[in-house]
Design a protein around this ligand. Structure first.
Ligand code: ASP
Ligand code: MG
Length: 437
């Protein structure tokens, strides 16, 4: 057996309760002998709950502490089911909650994203403290490593960009030697630190990405994401019947699908793995013996149609106010503004006098963007109930099924992919159409 390090990632669903933590431990035990780095995210819906704490504090609603107490109570229940009274883990977890309370004792920080990154990582910190203590208690020698001493990012809070050189050096210093000594390293997903030691986060669901960063820096043998689904499916089973598991997927397919909204893996995860040809397995933590999905280099393959749906889309129709054509002189300026306002463009289309882009509708970015170009351009915004539907390896039947009951605002087809920006046909309209039929 090879002795290269493997990287495991366990998400919130896998550690949502005490049984989940025990199950995680039994999976690690099955791989006993393999050198492992283990990445764990916050338990269950903790991150959502902590986001509410941040919002309450920012709004000075007076409820932030109470909301934080709810999170603390949930973790206490899990600890009570795993540890004896008086186990040192209680103090460790308590310290993390006290640090969060201190922030709530202060005035809300004027930079919301900064404050978010100082509070929300509490979920990851306490989850990993609990899991590390439990693994050690089960005889699996584990070192808790603070991801903020390893993953270095820039200072764009809530969307930290990894500084690879510093991060790689930290991995060599703080992760590899521990594993080579025969211990497991257990660390937090999703969080990092600026060079000035401020905590940052990598974006929601970013724990997969953390595992990929570590895999890359460690030249890992492989990486496994343990999930509550059997593997990567052809579509979201909450939205579609008849989905099937894919046994094998190329990096390329995985990137295309996750970038456009397939929620199974964080979109940034694949690239670092692809760059070093590190295999990625997506497996079920419920049935860890099953094969799951293997993601690796391209192979000649025939893929079934795969569907990804991204909600919260905005469509921006941009046209010039004078008599010039959009494509004449304006593209560079528009692209600069798009980058400046950090819009993620999912689709674009231009005609002689207008330019349409479909972007993720995040906070008030599209409004600020529209304002910034208002002087020279007319912008029509549409962001009510819009979704982006992406189908790889489409068939006429699948497209027809997806179009049913929808108005398609923009559509783009290439050989392998069709993308549609669509919204539901309003109920009223459907009725009149039927009546006049
Ligand atoms: N706990 C974070 C989230 O829920 C990160 C993650 O789960 O990957 O977004
Ligand atoms: Mg999660």
């Amino acid at each position: 057996m090879s002795n290269r390090i493997r990287v495991f990632k366990f998400g919130g669903a896998s550690v949502k309760n005490a049984d989940g933590v025990k199950n995680l431990s039994s999976i690690v035990e099955k791989f006993n002998g393999s050198p492992l780095a283990i990445v764990v995210s916050a338990m269950g819906k903790t991150t959502d709950a902590l986001e509410k704490v941040v919002a309450a504090h920012a709004a000075r609603s007076g409820t932030a502490k109470q909301l934080l107490d709810g999170v603390r109570e949930a973790h206490h229940q899990i600890m009570d089911a795993l540890f004896e009274n008086g186990d040192p883990v209680y103090d460790i977890v308590n310290d993390h909650f006290v640090a969060a309370e201190w922030i709530l004792d202060d005035e809300p920080h004027p930079n919301y994203d900064f404050m978010y990154d100082q509070l929300v990582p509490t979920g990851e910190l306490v989850a990993t403290a609990i899991v590390a203590a439990y693994l050690n208690k089960s005889g699996l020698k584990t070192r808790w490593v603070d991801a903020r001493d390893v993953i270095i990012t820039d200072d764009i809070f809530r969307e930290g960009w990894v500084q690879w050189d510093e991060t790689r050096a930290n991995v060599e210093k703080r992760v590899r030697p521990v594993i080579e000594k025969g211990e497991y390293v257990l660390t937090q997903g999703f969080i990092g630190s600026t060079k000035e030691n401020y905590t940052t986060t990598l974006g929601r669901e970013g724990s997969d990405y953390t595992a990929a960063i570590l895999s890359y820096c460690l030249d890992a043998e492989d990486m496994t994401i343990w999930k509550d689904v059997p593997g990567v499916l052809t579509a979201d089973p909450r939205l579609f019947d008849n989905v099937t598991k894919l046994d094998r997927l190329s990096y390329r397919e995985a990137i295309e699908m996750t970038y456009y909204g397939a929620k199974v893996i964080h979109p940034k995860t694949i690239k670092p793995l692809q760059n070093k040809s590190i295999p990625l397995y997506v497996k079920s933590f419920v049935n860890p013996e099953n094969d799951g999905t293997f993601i690796g280099p391209d192979v000649e393959d025939h893929y079934p149609p795969m569907v990804a749906i991204e909600r919260n889309q905005a469509l921006l129709n941009i046209s010039t106010r004078d008599f010039s054509f959009v494509a004449e002189h304006h593209m560079r300026y528009l692209f600069n503004q798009i980058a400046e306002h950090r819009l993620q463009v999912n689709l674009m289309q231009n005609t002689a006098i207008s330019f349409a882009i479909c972007v993720n509708h995040i906070d008030d970015r599209i409004f600020r963007f529209a304002e910034s170009i208002e002087k020279d351009f007319k912008v029509i915004l549409d962001y009510e109930g819009l979704e982006l539907i992406t189908v790889r390896h489409y068939t006429p039947q699948v497209i027809e099924m997806l179009r049913n009951g929808k108005i398609v605002m923009v559509e783009e087809r290439t050989k392998n992919t069709i993308q549609m920006v669509a919204k539901e046909v309003p109920l009223m309209k459907r009725k009149t159409e039927l009546a006049s039929a």
